[in-house]
Design a protein around this ligand. Sequence first.
Ligand code: J2J
Length: 543
Amino acid sequence: MIDFTPWPAEFARRYRERGYWQDLSLGEVLGRNVALRPDAVAILCGERSYSYAELDRQAERLAQALLARGLRAGDTALVQLPNVAEFYVSFFALLKIGVAPVNALFSHQRLELSSYAEQLQPRLLIAAAGHGLFGDGAFAGELRGLAPALDTVLVLGANGYADELSALLTIDADGDAPAMPAQPSAPSEVAFFQLSGGSTGTPKLIPRTHNDYHYSVRRSAEICRLDEATRFLCALPAAHNFLLSSPGALGVFHAGGTVVLALDPEPLRCFELIARHGVTMAALVPSAVALWLQAAPGRRAQLATLRLLQVGGASFAEALARRVPEEFGCRLQQVFGMAEGLVNYTRLSDSDEHVYTTQGCPMSADDEVRVVDLDGAPVADGVSGMLTTRGPYTFRGYYRAPEHNARVFDADGFYATGDLVQRGADGYLRVVGRVKDQINRGGEKIAAEEVENLLLKHPGIVQAALISVPDALLGEKSCACVVLSDATLRPVTLRKFLREQGVAEFKLPDRFQILDRLPLTAVGKTDKQTLRAQLHTAAAAVA
Ligand code: J2J
């Protein structure tokens, strides 16, 4: 069994009694439509089309191949695939045999993947030859050094050095060895790991159980009124919680609809996909909406089938929100969620005022939200405070991180999200800021401490602080404020230094600011508030 922090028994009992936890495997989101609508189209990926039956058949085939290689329930896997059908095939294959994956983002590089491998000690790696690290076997070998149990490596790639995953998936089923019994892990146990946006030095893993995740998918599909006619465009990373479960691809599979895959949210290609496949719904981060708004004039006809645009992952300016229905001819839904659990939606029946000016309200009647001040005391409605929450699909602890867990959970099991919100008397939330030390770069989350630690490895850097600076397109960009012992150091050298350490590109500072000293708080920590204000004043002076 894989370690995780369970919900206390009285909560588990309540969540079952209320029908949230149904003691089904997460794989059932697919299973029911394999039986009900085997020939319906589940996935459109480039020129390839997968029916529900075919998706399940491929997942079964891969599951059998993995069993034959000795993988067993309770093992873990590191998976890194782009937005291709094989991502879902692998996900369902692993669910069938009780192997819990962490699905890394395709933008992740050596540092992130190494950290996941070290923490999880996976027995299986599934990766794509199209990723720079997996063009040959060298990095997989490096990972084996960190995770000695890693004995199965499957690489997907048209002309890769080991095109094993594609080969496995196209084997003629008749030639297969007799099936071994595949057993998913128990519904109350870990189905897979989500990735935390993070605020600490090492990226944290979030165990998600079958029961809790399955509920969040079903409830999300219901709120978004998905059905068999839904054609959902997945143009952000498929592994991200938003695109997987809010209601995301799993919600679409549960409802019997179709997932249309795009490699990224680039508007012209996405508009073509929308027109070609009659896409009815899409999910974007605000910075991608801004690009779509720029591209939409004169192309409105391509968007004729689009009914709903979900926007989440970062703050969405009201002025842009109001343009969505006018310029795309569809309804807007704001989504404020997190990989740790709690997801808020504006409802399809909400007033314009709610849809344009709030980030929605919790999806479950049993999501408990407390908005508190620095001492943990509840604040009045409409007053800014820190969002804390517990509920039927909000986790109870990061994977093997007792010290961090002690900091972010209170005695009642409420998780401190690090978000500053205002709650209205009607329960709707507005996100107004953040107390966690994180930069939200157009929806991509950067833990300041992680980048600061990397910078401090440079012998010419004495102090480092990563802060956010406002950006017209992305909302925020990152600025590294550094104190140098070597005055000849240039930003280009520092960026190169970071890149060489193998950190994801989106975490590289957009700007460097060289300072004589960093302002300190009374207890001697870097005073980032003052630092941000100083930069702001300096920028204003220049302007
Ligand atoms: C402001 N900030 C937001 C919003 C997330 C659905 C949608 C998004 C995520 C996600 C997700 C925001 N306005 N509408 O998992 O299922 C910021 C908050 C939050 C953090 C979580 C889902 N929507 N945020 O973005 O785990 O700071 O999940 O705590 O990546 O993103 O980031 P992440």
